[in-house]
Structure formats: structure tokens, C-alpha cells
Design a protein around this ligand. Structure first.
Ligand SMILES: Nc1ncnc2c1ncn2[C@@H]1O[C@H](COP(=O)(O)OP(=O)(O)OP(=O)(O)O)[C@@H](O)[C@H]1O
Ligand SMILES: [Mg+2]
Length: 257
């Protein structure tokens, strides 16, 4: 059967809202539920790369070599320890890509072009974006069919969301990219905390119908897993964080039916 991946960007220019944690663990559960998944790390911090157990210092080839060096995506993609779960690794080199891309034609479409070639190998391609609205993230938005916006349940949660939504609109209009919002994902939720409950209410008001039912609780196991190069499915599948990411994966699969 010919596959045709749905390409989903994990975007929020705010740092530390769980874009990478969501990328690593959503990919793991989509794979566990029988899907072929590619996680694309477009962040020079390379946290998704190290989070699945690769050392970005020693991985010889990374996204930089494809975006700038012209290597085929197949040449840089690596398998992870989980069946059906591949990664396109990043490395700190990628920071320089922004500067090198600026002078190139179609600089916003480089990632789109790369992923277009390999779409038929996967069910889902997840793009872990850096915490900025710079050229790498714009490449992520153009390449993505849809975006998931992780939102950390804290005081400044909604700050910057307006700017993010305007950027998505600009990409839709000026770059003729049909990128849609798949949903906002509440992360680091603490139900005993009044603020968490307020953020949830606010989000449900602002993104009515577009907030995932799966809510990711604050869970220390989720924070520990990457230091072992493991997803939560491998590190602690019984934790509440694991259950929440499993639920998110199921929700995404059922939305696509
Ligand atoms: N549900 C959670 N419970 C506890 N800690 C979490 C949870 N989700 C993420 N974290 C931790 O919060 C920090 C930020 O998460 P993460 O790196 O996924 O965010 P990010 O949005 O990718 O950050 P950046 O913007 O720097 O790329 C990490 O230390 C991570 O382990
Ligand atoms: Mg990250």
C-alpha cells in the first residue's frame, strides 16, 4: 500500500513549552500503534536528536547536509530503537543554515522540497521546530500540512500566541501554503493548580474546538527520559505522562479517519 504522510509541525516560538517532548513521545506512540513515523529535528539545539538516543556531536550527517549540502533525505535519516520510528537528525551546524539560506531562491521551501520526496515512506512526519519564528521555523510551517501548538499551563502561556497565529496566516497568504492548525496541546498541566485550570479554560475559549482532549500532565518521568535517550514508552510506559501521550496519539489517529 502506498503511504502518504501527514506532515505535522510542532510550533511555538516560546521556549520550553514541550515541543520536543511532544515530538519524541507522540512519534513513539504513533509507531507503537502501527504507524510509520519520521521525526524531523529542525532545531540547532538538537534536543529531539539526543532525546531518541543519537549523539548530535558524533552523528556524521544531519539536516544541514541536506538543506545546504544537497544530500538526499534518505542519506541522513536514521532508525531509532523503536520499530517504525525514524529520525532526521539535527546538529548545532544547523544554526548556520539560516544565514546560508537567506541568499537562496525559494529559501522558505527547502524543507518542503526535501520532505516531498519521502512522504510516501511514512504515515506521519513530525517536525520539531526551534523556539523562534525565524527561517527554520518558516521552513517547518511551509512543509507542514498542519501544526500542533503545545502550550505550557503557566502564567504567560497565551503570550505570543497572537504573533504565532499571525505568522501562520502570513505563511498561508504569502507563501501559498495551506498550513492548518490541527490543535493546541496543553502541557505540564497540574490539576491541583488553579492557574493550570485557568489556562485550560482560556485556551478552550480562544481555540474553541481546537484544543486536544488529551492533556499532558506535569510528570517528572517525561523530563528524565531524554537523558537516557529514550521515549517515555521505553523509559516508563506506566507513568501518567506515558498514558497522556498514548491518548494523544490515539486522538490524532482517530481525527484522521
Ligand atoms: N509534561 C512534562 N512534565 C514535566 N516536565 C516536562 C514535561 N514536558 C516537558 N518537560 C520538560 O520541560 C523542559 C522543556 O521541554 P521541551 O524541551 O520539550 O520544550 P521545547 O518547547 O522543545 O523547548 P525549546 O523551545 O527549547 O525547544 C524539558 O526539560 C522537558 O524535559
Ligand atoms: Mg525543543
Amino acid at each position: 500500500m502506498e503511504l502518504m504522510a501527514q506532515i505535522i509541525g510542532l510550533v511555538n516560538q516560546k521556549g520550553g513549552v514541550a515541543k520536543t517532548t511532544t515530538g519524541i513521545n507522540l512519534a513513539a506512540y504513533l509507531a507503537a500503534l502501527g504507524k510509520y513515523v519520521l521525526l524531523v529535528d529542525i532545531d540547532p539545539q538538537a534536543n529531539a536528536t539526543s532525546g531518541v538516543g543519537l549523539d548530535s556531536q558524533t552523528v556524521p550527517l544531519n539536516l544541514y547536509h541536506s538543506l545546504i549540502g544537497g544530500l538526499l533525505p534518505e542519506e541522513i535519516i536514521r532508525k531509532t530503537a523503536l520499530f517504525g520510528y525514524d529520525i532526521m537528525p539535527a546538529a548545532p551546524d544547523l544554526a548556520g543554515a539560516t544565514v546560508e539560506l537567506v541568499s537562496q531562491p525559494n529559501r522558505e521551501f527547502k524543507l518542503y522540497e526535501l520532505l516531498r520526496r519521502i512522504r510516501t515512506n511514512y504515515d506521519y512526519i513530525l517536525i520539531d521546530c526551534p523556539p523562534s519564528l525565524g527561517l527554520l521555523t518558516i521552513n517547518g510551517l511551509v512543509a507542514a500540512d498542519e501544526v500542533i501548538i503545545p502550550v505550557q499551563c503557566e502564567y504567560y502561556a497565551l503570550e505570543g500566541l497572537g504573533q504565532l497565529l499571525r505568522t501562520i496566516e502570513l505563511v498561508q497568504e504569502n507563501l501559498a501554503s495551506p498550513t492548518k492548525i490541527k490543535g493546541a496541546l496543553l502541557t505540564m498541566y497540574d490539576r491541583r493548580n488553579k492557574l493550570s485550570r485557568q489556562v485550560r479554560k482560556e485556551m478552550e475559549r480562544n481555540f474553541s474546538g481546537h484544543v486536544f482532549s488529551a492533556v499532558i500532565p506535569r510528570c517528572v518521568k517525561l523530563a528524565e527520559a531524554p537523558s537516557f535517550g529514550q521515549s517515555i514508552l521505553q523509559y516508563n510506559p506506566h507513568s501518567k505522562g506515558a498514558k497522556a501521550y498514548r491518548q494523544l496519539a490515539q486522538e490524532i489517529i482517530s481525527l484522521d479517519k
